[in-house]
Design a binder for this molecule. Structure first.
Ligand SMILES: Nc1nc2c(ncn2[C@@H]2O[C@H](COP(=O)(O)OP(=O)(O)OP(=O)(O)O)[C@@H](O)[C@H]2O)c(=O)[nH]1
Ligand SMILES: O=C([O-])CC(=O)C(=O)O
Ligand SMILES: [Mn+2]
Length: 654
């Protein structure tokens, strides 16, 4: 199979800011115009004016249209009217159903084969393999980063993209991650043949014509997405949801800042601003520019005394970020405000502090388990202008999923499950898919932070890592310093969830909660983190939490949700330097007996919750050493190696 070299030629960044370059690019207009016109051939522009866009964008569109051969090109403007027009069409076609009990809420059922991220088909394409993966020990498959050679990628691309949009519209989506024009913000352009993607991107990112203005002649991240089912369609389309599960590929070319996604319409695979751009591509940009792109929520916590602290927290997918970011405190006088629930871009500012922005504009949250009891602020957010994917529906036009039983019990309502079948309480299968999601504008969150769109971000005082650890791991501990904190993040593990294709509950390594999102060599990534602790930087303190420890009967030891404020309270008192509330253990500082505010809580087995069992941690230490040494090989930073050794010594001395 041959590869069209023009598809794989990196675009040159002309850095066209100076007036002389601007002059050249104006002269080049006529050339561009000719090339663009030739490449487009007879493909009509259905909406918008291609020739007023930045030249690089014009060329990008023309080149990819020539490749994918859509029936027309639709340049999105991000307006409400545009969204209405698309929604009406989708309702008519049966892909969306209005949830009539709310204002402008819609339900979408996908093909049941397309319901989660597909980690095994997600790739980083780099010339040098070790830009993507670490030097693992002989015979050990790297689990962080998934490498494909440019040559192989060329073949995969050639066998999928030519003509892949036949009979469909190619939407051009201009979007900004972070407020348009902001200091930490970045611009992307996604091409997609899915109108569900257009509607979702409009919620999750800032889609607007202002983006073109802010972009000018600068470079942008390029996204090409296709559901991979050109017309006429040869196989049956299930649920009016075109996709091509057998041929899925999500490939990133970090050097070219380019993303190619094929075959899936599901959020994490198709909303390219999210995991693909804001984590995998952005972590590459961040390393080059000296900042961090992380899988973290950002929250502001105000104590009864009125002082506010900002916290960033990294938990793997479906492990509680959205819930913590919108926590409703059970302690009186406390206030939590949400800055972001999934991704943080963080950079040290002149004040020496690490400042974070939320690059997204919406929440793409796990639906099951979300209720007025667990997360009333999320519920408040998605009462209007939201899209629900793979949830169930009631005969009253409301959404339904596991965790909302109280709202239908004893009422005469019929439920239709996510597969479109009649369903009733007590049925053996779940009503909603476990990875069903709500997609809602962040600005509708009742506790959105007034500075959530501040272009300078918010100053982070503490970073928290966490995961689902049914045994052995205490509710909270403070690490002994930056290096120990980075080591603790690198050793992060969690039980698998429905957010990706892994089946069965197994505790897996998920370093920094970034395993599925690692954009470059994980050893270099750790080096980058370690290098940040230098003057004048005031690095945040690093903590680890575990809301999911279970007792011998398999019951959670900790009530979680709103009561997690009690842990945050302890964290902030530690930041303040309050004495006598910490107890040193081998793995970090846990709350001393009596130091955690448990007032008003029922029975809590504090000792079991905080215990650091020697046997457990001895075998854990062995396993972590094996993991880090075999996974990172020669890429394992010395500082992490030293942390490993000193932690082992402390554990053996327990
Ligand atoms: N037991 C317990 N469950 C929790 C807690 N916080 C969240 N959960 C559950 O964990 C699941 C996922 O929570 P989310 O907050 O959506 O997780 P997330 O990290 O934002 O997930 P992604 O969007 O996939 O990145 C939901 O079913 C929650 O109900 C907690 O404190 N205790
Ligand atoms: O990316 C997605 O599909 C949803 C998400 O936030 C995650 O899985 O962490
Ligand atoms: Mn996530």
């Amino acid at each position: 199979m041959t590869t069209n070299p023009s598809l794989l030629t990196p675009y040159k960044n002309t850095g066209a800011q100076s007036s002389s370059l601007r002059q050249i690019s104006e002269d080049a207009f006529y050339v561009v115009n000719e090339v663009v016109t030739k490449r487009l051939g007879h493909i009509p522009i259905l909406k918008g004016d291609l020739h007023v866009l930045p030249y690089k964008v014009q060329r990008f569109i023309a080149e990819k249209a020539e490749l994918c051969r859509p029936r027309g090109i639709y340049i999105c403007d991000g307006t409400h009217a545009e969204a209405e027009e698309i929604k009406d069409k989708l309702v008519e076609r049966g892909m969306l159903t209005q949830l009539s009990a709310y204002e402008n809420n819609y339900l979408c059922r996908t093909d049941p084969k397309d319901v989660a991220r597909v980690e095994s088909k997600t790739w980083m394409v780099t010339t040098d393999k070790y830009q993507t993966v670490t030097h693992t020990a002989e015979g050990v498959e790297p689990i962080m980063g998934h490498w494909m050679s440019p040559l192989d990628f060329g073949e995969e691309l050639d066998s999928r993209f030519p003509g892949c949009m036949a009979g469909r519209t190619m939407y051009v989506i201009p979007f900004s991650m972070g407020p348009v024009g902001g200091r930490l913000s970045k611009i992307g352009v996604q091409l997609s043949d899915s109108n569900y993607v257009v509607l979702s991107m409009r919620i999750m990112t800032r889609v607007s014509l202002d983006v073109w203005e802010a972009l000018g002649d600068n470079d942008f991240v390029r996204g090409i997405h296709s559901v991979g089912l050109p017309r006429p369609v040869k196989s049956a389309v299930v649920n009016h949801w075109p996709c091509n599960p057998e041929r899925v590929i999500i490939a990133h070319r970090p050097a070219e800042r380019e993303i190619w996604s094929f075959g899936s319409g599901y959020g994490g695979n198709s909303l390219l601003g999210k995991k693909c751009f804001a984590l995998r591509i952005a972590s590459n940009i961040a390393r080059d520019e000296g900042w961090l792109a992380e899988h973290m929520l950002i929250m502001g916590v105000t104590r009864p005394c009125g002082r506010e602290h900002f916290i960033a927290a990294a938990f793997p997918s479906a492990c509680g970020k959205t819930n913590l970011a919108m926590l409703e405190p059970t302690l009186p006088g406390w206030k939590v405000r949400c800055v972001g629930d999934d991704i943080a871009w963080m950079k040290f500012a002149e004040d020496g502090k690490l400042h974070a922005i939320n690059p997204e504009a919406g929440f793409f949250g796990v639906a099951p388990g979300t209720s007025n009891k667990t997360n009333p602020m999320a519920v408040g957010t998605f009462q209007k202008n939201s899209i629900f994917t793979n949830v169930a529906e009631t005969s009253e036009g409301r959404y339904y999923w596991e965790g909302l039983e109280d709202e239908v019990e004893g009422k005469n309502v019929q439920i239709t499950d996510w597969l479109g079948k009649p369903w009733k309480l007590g049925d053996p299968t779940p009503a909603a898919h476990p990875n069903s999601r709500f997609c809602a504008p962040a600005q509708q969150c009742p506790i959105i932070h007034p500075d959530w769109e501040s272009p300078n971000g918010v100053p982070i005082d503490a970073i928290i890592f966490g995961g689902r650890r049914p045994t052995g791991v205490p509710l909270v501990f403070e690490t002994f310093g930056w290096e120990h904190g980075v080591f603790t993040g690198a050793s992060l593990k969690s039980e698998t969830t429905a957010a990706a294709e892994h089946t069965g509950k197994q505790v897996m390594h998920d370093p920094m909660a970034m395993r599925p999102f690692m954009g470059y060599n994980f050893g270099k990534y750790l080096d980058h983190w370690l290098s940040l602790d230098k003057p004048p930087h005031q690095v945040p303190k690093i903590y680890h939490v575990n809301w999911f420890r279970k007792d011998a009967n398999g019951k959670f030891l900790w009530p979680g949700y709103g009561d997690n404020i009690r842990v945050i309270d302890w964290v902030i008192r530690r930041l303040d330097g309050e004495e006598g509330i910490g107890k040193d253990t081998a793995i970090g500082v846990v709350p001393a007996p009596g130091s955690l505010n448990l007032e008003g809580l029922g029975e809590v087995n504090f000792d079991e919750l905080m215990s650091v069992p020697r046997d457990y941690w001895q075998s854990d230490a062995k396993e972590v050493r094996k993991f880090l040494e075999t996974q990172l090989g020669s890429d394992l930073p010395n500082a992490i190696q030293e942390q490993l050794t000193s932690q082992e010594k402390r554990i053996n001395a327990l």
